[in-house]
Design a protein around this ligand. Structure first.
Ligand code: HEC
Length: 123
């Protein structure tokens, strides 16, 4: 048990060691499957994401399903009732969003989830 714990600790340190900015940047650039979700903000991530995939149909002037996702204060109610993640995450009981063209990319969904789990701040 002890050697295994030591080995895991070593692995942890090694993993952290390589998490410095330069290496991480290269890693992200080389591997599209990697996804950085430690710092996710409304202004840099969630807002732009919604603009890309959602506000075409959910904005001032076009509110499909009577939903407007333009701006933090309009988005928040759909965070609180679970519909934002329910629709974008294609969870049962919610209409899949966007309705056509497939799911939003996995990394964007992870970012959305991380932002909500961190308290859905207006940051
Ligand atoms: C092509 C237009 C279109 C796009 C793009 C789109 N939606 Fe929708 N959305 C609709 C329509 C139409 C409805 C109403 C459908 C229904 O209630 O079955 C709807 C309903 C919703 C609802 C209400 C669900 C409920 O439980 O009543 C939410 C929340 C939502 N969309 C979120 C999103 C999000 C998040 C995105 C982006 C990831 C998105 N939508 C992209 C057309 C769109």
């Amino acid at each position: 048990m002890r050697p295994i714990a030591l080995l895991s600790l070593l692995f942890l340190f090694t993993a952290c060691y390589y998490d410095n900015e330069e290496d991480l940047f290269q890693y992200v650039a080389q591997d599209p499957a990697s996804c950085e979700v430690t710092v996710v903000t409304y202004s840099a991530d969630v807002g732009p994401l919604l603009t890309t995939y959602c506000t075409r149909c959910h904005r001032v002037g076009r509110t499909d399903g009577n939903v407007n996702l333009e701006g933090y204060s309009r988005v928040l109610p759909y965070v609180n009732n679970g519909a934002l993640l329910g629709t974008a995450g294609r969870q049962p009981g919610f209409p899949a969003m966007p309705p056509s063209g497939g799911s939003i990319p996995a990394c964007d969904l992870q970012k959305l989830t991380a932002w909500i789990e961190a308290g859905a701040l207006n940051n």
